[in-house]
Design a protein around this ligand. Structure first.
Ligand SMILES: Cc1ncc(COP(=O)(O)O)c(C=O)c1O
Length: 389
């Protein structure tokens, strides 16, 4: 189909919840995406941090293809090998004790909030408050939308869930004032992705951990965007020297197939019992087989390469005249260009063959973790051209 035909059907048959950009994707490999006319794009977005191994990685493709031909689904009422191998690999890589698998970031956070509420209310009926951060993003279900600390997301869909409080990221005093014995969890992204690539400072994150310990609340770190190597650590919280009770993940673990999940530590591993939670598709064997390949790549050497590529990208961006407000760690970064709106920058880049994202007043980059230096340089050249225009 050509672009016009695709657009026409999209407008006629798809509910308009997205403002789409003019990219008509046909196929992709590594960090390169090709449209229906064969135009090549360097992708600095990886489908919003999903294609961690790039597009159609050979090992991942072989694993999911083989598994799809063997057992494509089985209910969570039964056992299967890819699920248990993935849980073991994740726990061994991260030091957590147990895993729960679902299908998306929102579901992962929904699960973590349920764990916190069950944990808290088993201590005291009023211990149900979840503290989250302003400018956070935790998902689109009613509960995770409520957890999301952005007023413009709290329109239309009320009544919203009770029991959430919001604190500005970095405001230690406000966090101390909000936390009390009725708090069952503090939940945060250590780098807010959708909120504009806002990097939390160590004092604030450590304060959250200390308050959780003081009030017997759970520290939940949402690693949906930052996890699975994105910042050059397997999880971004490792940059902060804290030990969360629950970690949620999604996006990069599935490398393009839908997967989310929660990791539980000693304190939380027994909270959920049979019947408390579940999902039809979670821990799908095909997705698990692919995710195992993702984990195999997550060696310390690979983490060091991600960090090195991220530092290089950041350094080169900072040399481009007009680039400002640089933030981020590893291959997750945000910036602005003097005098230009982020959406205009993204459109101009797209026209010149570079895919970039935007987030709350910033241009945002989440390239595939396997991106080559050559493709980074190609992308940088486009950003430079756009900044100069
Ligand atoms: C930090 C964070 N949490 C949760 C979500 C929601 O994930 P999903 O869209 O897979 O439900 C996102 C999505 O962008 C995210 O960045």
């Amino acid at each position: 189909m050509n672009k016009e035909d695709i657009k026409k059907l999209d407008q006629e048959y798809i509910v308009h919840t997205y403002g789409r950009s003019e990219l008509y994707a046909d196929h992709a490999k590594g960090a390169l995406v090709y449209d229906v006319d064969g135009k090549e794009y360097v992708d600095f977005g990886s489908g919003i941090g999903v294609a961690s191994l790039g597009y159609c990685n050979d090992d991942w493709l072989a694993a999911v293809t083989e598994q799809a031909g063997k057992l494509q689904h089985i209910s969570n009422l039964y056992y299967h090998e890819p699920m248990v191998l993935l849980a073991k690999a994740l726990c061994e890589r991260s030091g957590f004790k147990k895993a729960f698998f679902c299908n998306s970031g929102a579901e992962a956070n929904e699960c973590a909030i349920k764990v916190a509420r069950k944990y808290g209310s088993s201590k005291s009926p009023s211990k149900t408050k979840v503290i989250t951060l302003e400018d956070s993003f935790h998902g689109r279900t009613i509960q995770t939308l409520t957890a999301t600390g952005q007023d413009d997301m709290h329109k239309f869909f009320g009544p919203f869930s009770q029991g959430f409080a919001y604190v500005k990221g970095g405001d230690v005093e406000a966090l101390k004032a909000a936390a009390d014995d009725d708090t069952c969890a503090i939940m945060m992204e250590v780098i807010q992705g959708e909120g504009g690539v806002n990097v939390m400072d160590e004092e604030f994150v450590k304060c959250a951990a200390a308050l959780c310990a003081e009030h017997d609340a759970l520290l939940i770190i949402d690693e949906v965007q930052t996890g699975i190597g994105r910042t050059g650590k397997f999880f971004a919280f490792e940059n902060y020297g804290v030990e969360p009770d629950l970690v949620t993940f999604a996006k990069g673990i599935g490398a393009g197939l839908p997967m989310g999940g929660v990791l539980f530590n000693d304190k939380t591993q027994e909270v959920l019992q049979p019947g408390d939670h579940g999902t039809t598709f979670g821990a799908n064997p095909v997705v698990c087989a692919g995710a195992l390949k993702v984990l195999e790549k997550m060696t310390d050497e690979f983490m060091a390469e991600i960090k090195e590529k991220g530092d290089y990208l950041m350094e080169e961006l900072s040399k481009i005249p007009g680039v400002k407000d640089l933030s981020g760690i590893g291959l997750m970064m945000g910036f602005n260009i003097e005098g230009k709106e982020p959406a205009d920058v993204a459109n101009a880049c797209l026209e010149k063959g570079l895919v970039v994202l935007t987030a709350h007043g910033k241009v945002r980059l989440l390239p595939p973790l396997v991106i080559t230096k050559e493709d980074i340089d190609r992308g940088l050249a486009v950003i430079k051209e756009v900044a100069e225009a």
